[in-house]
Design a binder for this molecule. Structure first.
Ligand code: NAP
Length: 491
């Protein structure tokens, strides 16, 4: 289930957000601590108007609340919630006075209790498991049961997600209803995955501006892209992107869309990875396949059982497939680039200028040569262009010499110049591009954000054909999807 926190400053704001949340939320959380002068009258007014189940929360400041509320103010809010039939109240374990005072009225009401524990400082395995054991003992035994336990911690590293998943697995075995995931950028993937590991719900923001905790994903993405409700208790296959950063990548939209289209029980999430060793050690065994991006395309190879011949020649892996328990690496960047280019021009026999000598350039150069083209490689750091040519083939050219010969049939930007946010940058000025091209030249940019870069806009202003990195991105992703699922995509 998806819970959308409502953080209006006034009751009218909160009602406005409640109405907006209806489309994505299964349940809402009224954060009374976000409201100016909250009281039970305002709460009653909101509860009368709710269309979804509601959790009422009034956290104190030290528990992550938005403003300072006295014990008495919080007590009155919770009493009002019980009196006006809120479906749930969420009270922190660190407020034992409130829990004790409210217990008798809770026992006689329909309002159910969620007891929560937050650790904003990190994800200590021992700390979380002993909090869980204590909460279970205190609140999950006998008649006076809480409805659910909630344990949320801050992920300081990607490996912390594994602690939360282990906790969810334990609670599932012990038939304890639990809500658990990690906050923070390293914890983001756990917010999309937790429901399939048994978390009763996950929290999603009404919008990025209205998020109430770091790393919160928008509720509509949780519903429509990650499809967390469909995956509840179904143990979907887990795929994902490993990289750092990963925010810019839109692969989750494409791959989750394809899983939906083919009715596959699978989910694709972005793993922000600070330490590949930790990720592979702690989460690697849960993964069915990976996309790999900067800076791990080479490092990943040492964690794999084998790589295919293309990836070996290029020296980089962007796709990992688990088959029969073994992890195998592939490179789909080279074929994605060629498929994108060949929609506009056949590469065979053509002169292609490759600007850049990093991972993308290696894959593109390999593809150009394999398809019978002539690769000329230039790069800011010339020694890397020379090394690329020695490893893969092609002719290295210092930047000063790129205009010495005939115009090129194909000019490819394989640098990160022009990528968001520095979208004004280009590897070639308009004038240089004019000198290096003729009317039949195709300009291709591997950068895909924005779709049309300054380099491609220069090309279009000269009347050249422009091939966007979006097209390469789509083709390399389709091939990844095929390697994972054996399902083919058209264009
Ligand atoms: P990389 O391995 O880090 O290589 C970066 C390249 O850019 C190097 O050649 C570097 O030159 C050059 N460069 C960086 N800043 C520069 C500057 N200020 N002036 C001149 N050259 C500069 O990165 P990569 O993996 O090859 O990725 C490059 C681009 O390709 C990225 O934008 C990435 O998003 C894109 N890409 C797209 C797809 C797709 O599917 N469309 C797939 C893969 C990659 P030095 O060697 O001199 O540092």
């Amino acid at each position: 289930m998806i819970c959308v926190p409502i953080i209006g400053k006034t009751a009218a704001d909160a009602l406005h957000d409640m109405e907006k949340a209806d489309a994505a939320a299964d349940i809402i959380e009224l954060r009374l601590d976000s409201m100016k002068n909250p009281d039970s009258r305002k709460l009653a007014w909101l509860l009368e108007r709710k269309k979804k189940m509601a959790i009422v929360t009034a956290r104190k400041f030290s528990e992550g609340g938005f403003r300072k509320l006295s014990f008495q103010e919080r007590l009155e809010i919770y009493r009002g919630a019980i009196l006006h039939h809120a479906d749930f109240v969420d009270i922190e374990l660190s407020s034992p006075g409130l829990l004790e005072t409210l217990r008798p009225s809770l026992e006689q009401s329909q309002t159910k209790l969620i007891v929560s524990f937050h650790d904003f400082s990190g994800t200590g395995r021992e700390k979380l498991f002993s909090a869980y054991a204590a909460m279970k003992r205190q609140f999950m035994a006998g008649k006076k049961k809480a409805y659910a336990l909630k344990i949320i911690s801050y992920a300081r590293s990607i490996g912390d997600i594994s602690v939360i998943l282990e906790l969810l697995e334990r609670a599932k075995k012990e038939h304890v209803r639990i809500i658990a995931f990690c906050m923070g950028p390293f914890g983001e993937a756990s917010r999309a995955l937790c429901c399939s590991f048994g978390s009763w719900l996950t929290y999603g923001a009404l919008s990025i501006e209205k998020s109430t905790a770091p790393g919160q994903i928008e509720a509509k993405l949780l519903r429509d892209v990650y499809c967390v409700n469909q995956h509840r208790h179904t143990t979907p296959k887990i795929y994902g992107l490993v990289g750092n950063p990963v925010k810019q990548s839109k692969g989750y939209l494409l791959h989750n869309g394809l899983f939906r289209k083919h009715h596959l029980n699978a989910i694709y999430v972005n793993f922000l990875v600070d330490n590949l060793f930790e990720f592979m050690g702690k989460l690697g065994n849960k993964i069915s396949g990976l996309s790999v991006t900067i800076p791990y395309k080479e490092e990943i190879i040492s964690y794999l059982d084998g790589i295919d011949s293309h990836a070996k020649s290029i020296g980089a892996v962007n796709t990992v497939v688990r088959k029969d328990g073994k992890l195998r690496g592939y490179n789909t960047d080279w074929s994605g680039a060629i498929r994108a280019l060949e929609e506009s021009i056949s590469v065979r026999g053509k002169r292609a200028l490759i600007i850049g000598a990093g991972g993308a350039a290696r894959a593109v150069c390999y593809g150009i040569i394999r398809h019978g083209g002539h690769a000329y490689i230039t790069n800011r750091t010339f020694s890397k262009a020379r090394q690329l040519a020695a490893d893969i083939g092609g002719i290295p050219l210092p930047l000063m010499q790129i205009s010495a010969g005939k115009p090129y049939d194909i000019i490819i930007n394989c640098t990160s110049l022009g990528m968001f946010p520095k979208i004004k940058q280009s590897p070639l000025s308009l004038n240089s591009l004019r000198k290096l091209s003729n009317s039949g030249t195709v300009a291709f940019d591997t950068v895909y954000n924005p779709e049309y870069t300054t380099f491609l806009n220069h090309a279009r202003s000269l009347g050249l054909t422009a091939v966007s990195g979006v097209s390469m991105f789509r083709f390399q992703a389709y091939e990844q999807f095929f390697l994972w699922t054996r399902k083919n995509q058209g264009k």
